[in-house]
Ligand binder design. Sequence first.
Ligand code: NAP
Length: 248
Amino acid sequence: MARVLILGGTGDAAELAAKVSFIRGVDHVITSLAGRTRHPSVPEGRVRVGGFGGSTGLAAYLREHQIDILIDATHPFAAQISWHAAEAAKSVAIPHLMLVRPAWNWVTGDHWIEVENTSDAAQAIPATAKRVFLTIGRQELAPFAPLVDRWFLMRMIDPPAPDAIVPQGEVLCDRGPFTLDNERQLLIHYRIDAIVSKNSGGDATYAKIIAARELGIPIIMVQRPAIPPSEQVATAEQALAWLTQVLQ
Ligand code: NAP
C-alpha cells in the first residue's frame, strides 16, 4: 500500500486530495501547504503546514514519512518548491509527477503585453494607464511602489505583511473564483485602464481576462517561471490516471 505526498496550495491539489484515497493501492495521503494564507481552504485528508527546509529537508521528510509517491500540484508560479520537489524525489528515488494547469492563451480581442517578471511588468504599464488593477497576490507589490503617478487596486487573499512596501491605492481582500459579472463591475467601478496579471491558467480567475477583452483594457501578463523537467499532467483526473498506472 502506497503513501502519497501532494504539494498543494491550489484548487487542483485540493481536488486531487479528495480523490486520491479512493485509488486502489493508496492507504495514506498527506497534503502539504506552505502556510502563506491565514485561513486556507483546507483540503480533505491529512494536512501538514510549513516549509521543509529546501530540497534536503524535503528529501528527509520523504524518507522519514516513508512516502512512496510525490505529486507536485503547486501553483505554476511557485517554482522554488517545484525545483526542490524534483531534486528530492530524485535523491530518494521515488516516482514524481507535476500537475501543471495549462497557461491561458491569447485570443482575438485580447491586448496582452507579455513580460518575464513583475519588475518588468511595472516598467511595461502604458503611460496612459493611470488606474491599474494588480492581481498578482501580495508578495510582489514593491516593484510598483515607485510609480507614484499611478493608482493601484490590489486584490489578494490576505492583506500585505505589515512591513511590506505597498504602492498607493486600495487593497481588496478577496478569494476566487470570480464571476464575469463581478470582474466587469469591478473594472468599471474602479475605472481601471490596465491590469497586471500572472499567467496562472485555470478557470477560477479567467473571468477578468474576458472582462478586460470586452472593455478593451490591456493586460500586462507575467509569464511563468521555468519549472524542472519532469513527468507532467494538466488536470487532477490525469494525475489520478497516472497514479493508477504507477501502482499497477
Ligand atoms: P515558492 O516560492 O515556490 O516556495 C518558497 C518556499 O516555500 C519553498 O522553498 C518551501 O520552503 C515553501 N513552500 C512552498 N510551497 C510549499 C508547500 N506546498 N508545502 C510546503 N512548503 C512549501 O512558493 P510560493 O510562490 O511562495 O507559493 C507558496 C504556496 O502558495 C504554494 O503552495 C503554492 O501552491 C501556493 N500559491 C502560490 C501562488 C503564486 O502566485 N506563487 C498562487 C497561488 C497559490 P522550504 O524551502 O523551507 O521547503
